[in-house]
Design a protein around this ligand. Structure first.
Ligand SMILES: CC(C)(COP(=O)(O)OP(=O)(O)OC[C@H]1O[C@@H](n2cnc3c(N)ncnc32)[C@H](O)[C@@H]1OP(=O)(O)O)[C@@H](O)C(=O)NCCC(=O)NCCS
Length: 179
């Protein structure tokens, strides 16, 4: 088990040197549905999209990452993954809170994430952070058939008053706090 030291992580944009570790975590987490290197690069190169990787202070290899899409008024958390060995130590909570805090300096007021209804862990996670939910139907464009899967959109209006689980992050120096 990697000890997360209270969930504190350093974040930086995905670099070439981190990609192999990110791919390992991705494959371990999503198996056949894992993104490959080309998909990560393609996503990262699209406008308003970004992959950020997180490091525990003592480590040189990333333990987590998240993919974001920033539109004018919203931030969508496209993917958020914490390495298996580091889960349940508050890292996921910190990643989401960093996104939310960064939004306070902008006109973006809704954070959201679409999670497959079969991903119980992902759903529990966003629920625990005070996100509201609604069912959405997503067409599977990769399938030849008319597959429609039920997913759950988790969303939260970002105000200056945070959900109490992540309140402590909001009290940090907001001026210098950037995701
Ligand atoms: C979802 C995920 C990012 C959470 O990261 P994490 O660092 O473990 O999250 P935290 O430690 O901050 O936990 C926050 C809350 O999530 C919930 N949670 C975390 N692990 C859980 C588990 N195994 N079972 C049920 N709830 C769980 C709990 O409510 C927890 O709050 P608590 O500690 O007060 O009980 C991580 O489990 C993960 O990478 N999962 C696989 C990828 C994934 O499904 N991502 C979401 C869709 S892209």
């Amino acid at each position: 088990m990697r000890i997360a030291q209270g969930g504190k992580v350093n974040l930086k944009p995905l670099g070439q040197v981190d990609i192999n570790q990110v791919l390992d975590i991705e494959r371990e987490t999503f198996g056949d549905y894992a993104w490959d290197a080309e998909m990560f690069r393609a996503f990262d190169n699209l406008p308003s999209r970004e992959i950020l990787v997180g490091f525990l202070t003592k480590d040189s290899s990333p333990c987590c990452y998240l993919g974001l899409y920033r539109s004018q008024r919203t931030v969508e958390i496209i993917t958020i993954v914490v390495e298996d060995l580091c889960r349940n130590q508050g890292i996921g909570t910190e990643l989401v809170s960093r996104v939310e805090v960064s939004m306070l300096h902008t006109r973006r007021r809704v954070a959201h994430a679409i999670i497959s209804e079969t991903n119980e862990l992902g759903c529990e996670f966003f629920k625990s952070l005070g996100y509201q939910s609604r069912i959405v139907h997503i067409e599977d464009v990769m399938s030849d058939e008319d597959d429609v899967t039920d997913s759950i959109e988790f969303y939260k209006n970002i105000h200056t008053e945070p959900h109490n689980r992540i309140g402590r992050y909001y009290q940090d120096d907001l001026k210098n706090f950037r995701v």
